[in-house]
Design a protein around this ligand. Structure first.
Ligand code: GLU
Length: 503
């Protein structure tokens, strides 16, 4: 059997990070198995349609490197890949179920449905449902005569089509992640398959498409597990073989207490969406992982391990490694705690491992000063171990391009003194003779200068850093000297001596 999986988002807003993980697991599984990954847009609920959401989903997947084999843009032989363009298909299958007595028309008005629920509540039924018992007392094609039904339909009376859930039957299926799931139909209601606007509900459209698109495995979030028994029944009713199911564990808040929500993420100050998203209703901007500075490969590595692990100690996996190692069997049942510190750690690792040339090019686009690629490369090499995000390099590296105007107070207090100033003056005179210096030369010069009267490094080094950068700590100082060049170093030493007083 060839593996075909799908990611089937509804364009109702920005794509949540949990959705990206679902897409990723589908993608990894497809690639590992030499199968196809389909992107299907489930837009049958027109009341929840959000402008721009479909494009957002696509752009997010592109950024993350999760590329569909088939979809609205990619095309493919199972299209259209957008449910609103497949409307006629669903009606056909709903009709088939009606004709075979497995579904029925229901004409109940919202008031009548409310009344039914009230009545049941009065009779102490906690969870009133339209089901095998109540359907016998409602206005539907099971209780009305054929002529009455025909007359109502001909008169254009609003109606829905409901699935006739069999009474007291066990539904069983084996979920790859959760194992055997057994549900008795008594707990299930007669779900609507076709709405009064002629659109299918999620349930009908979803299984019709999974069947017609020859989907072999349905890999989706745990929130869809309660719908799976109905789906299994629908496959059976239509005489189709059901795909295999794998319901993914929830993403939990960092403390493990409840589902990770946008509200929780906002409160804790980390992104929840892959890219920037502006809410079309209140125009509120949510900053994405991308714009925060996450690299797509770090983001993917982090996400892949939220609920899955190949075993062992290794943590760094490129997309190609993930594909090679991925298996549905290694997905955890338990919810995965979302740890943003871990995400940052991954970003740092990937930042460190990127070539200086690549980083320098990106760094230059972030700077508002013009610098040469050579200098930019040296600056990023000097800084890359010290930041989590590339955009932090702009601030962290400001001193390379601008003379300090303020000086770290604590260092001034502790390390700026007569001896330091005297030595800095002397060092400035020494290096003034050079046009340029390598870090090694600078180090050699500095050490031999201090060695003359055996002044310890620690008495002068902090003051030198302070003069050059304004800071009490930072990246390798000799490399800083080399990048700045002798004349700039001299100017900065003079500037500091003029500005700072000795207490
Ligand atoms: N349209 C559903 C969603 O928005 C798809 C669920 C499924 O994968 O079956 O998540």
């Amino acid at each position: 059997m060839s593996v075909r999986v799908r990611f089937a988002p509804s364009p109702t807003g920005a794509l949540h990070i949990g959705g990206v993980r679902t897409a990723l697991y589908n993608y990894l599984f497809a690639k590992k198995q030499g199968g196809q990954f389909v992107l299907r847009i489930e837009d049958t609920d027109q009341t929840r349609f959000v402008e721009g959401a479909e494009e957002y989903i696509r752009e997010s997947l592109t950024w993350a490197g999760i590329t569909p084999d088939e979809g609205v843009i990619e095309g493919g032989e199972f299209g259209p890949y957008k449910q609103s363009e497949r409307k006629a298909l669903y009606a056909e299958y709903a009709q088939k179920l009606i004709d075979e007595g497995k579904a029925y028309y229901a004409f109940d008005t919202p008031e009548e449905l409310d009344e039914m629920r009230e009545r049941l509540k009065e009779n102490r039924i906690a969870n009133p449902q339209y089901n095998a018992v109540t359907r016998t007392q409602m206005k539907n094609s099971l209780t009305l005569s054929e002529d009455e039904v025909k007359a109502l339909i001909d008169a254009g009376t609003p109606h829905v089509i409901r699935f006739k859930m069999p009474k007291n039957e066990d539904i069983r299926f084996e979920d790859i992640v959760r194992g055997w799931v057994v549900v008795n139909t008594t707990t299930l209601d007669d779900k609507i398959l076709m709405k009064s606007d002629g659109m299918p509900t999620y349930h009908l459209a979803n299984i019709v498409d999974d069947h017609l698109m020859k989907i072999s495995h349905v890999i989706r979030g745990e929130e869809w597990l309660p719908s799976a028994p109905l789906h299994v029944m629908l496959y059976e009713a239509l005489g189709w073989e059901a795909p295999q199911f794998a319901h993914l564990p929830l993403l939990l808040k960092p403390d493990g207490n409840g589902k990770l929500s946008k509200r929780a993420a906002d409160k804790l100050g980390f992104p929840i969406f892959p890219l920037n998203w502006t809410d079309p209703v209140n125009e509120e901007l949510s900053v994405g992982f991308k714009e925060t500075g996450y690299l797509p490969d770090a983001f993917i590595n982090f996400l892949a391990l939220l609920g899955w692990n190949p075993g062992g100690e290794r943590e760094l996996f490129a997309m190609s490694d993930l594909i090679e190692l991925f298996s549905l069997e290694k997905i955890n049942k338990a919810g995965a705690k979302f740890d943003i510190e871990k995400a940052k750690w991954f970003n740092q690792q990937y930042l460190k491992n990127r070539s200086n040339q690549e980083l320098a090019q990106e760094f230059m686009t972030l700077l508002d000063t013009e610098v040469s690629i050579e200098i930019a490369e040296r600056v990023v090499a000097n800084l890359k171990e010290r930041v989590t995000f590339i955009n932090e390099m702009v601030e962290a590296g400001r001193f390379y391009f601008e003379r300090p105007t303020t000086y770290d107070e604590k260092t001034v207090r502790k390390k700026w003194n007569e001896l330091a100033v005297e030595k800095l003056n002397g060092f400035a005179q020494e290096i003034a003779n050079f046009d340029s210096l390598s870090a090694e030369q600078a180090k050699e010069l500095f050490s031999s200068f201090l060695a003359k009267d055996e002044t310890p490094f620690g008495r002068v080094m902090p003051a030198l850093r302070l003069a050059l950068t304004g800071q009490g700590g930072g990246p390798d100082l000799m490399e800083i000297i080399s990048i700045l060049g002798p004349s700039e170093v001299v100017a900065r030493i003079e500037g500091a001596i003029q500005t700072l007083t000795i207490e």
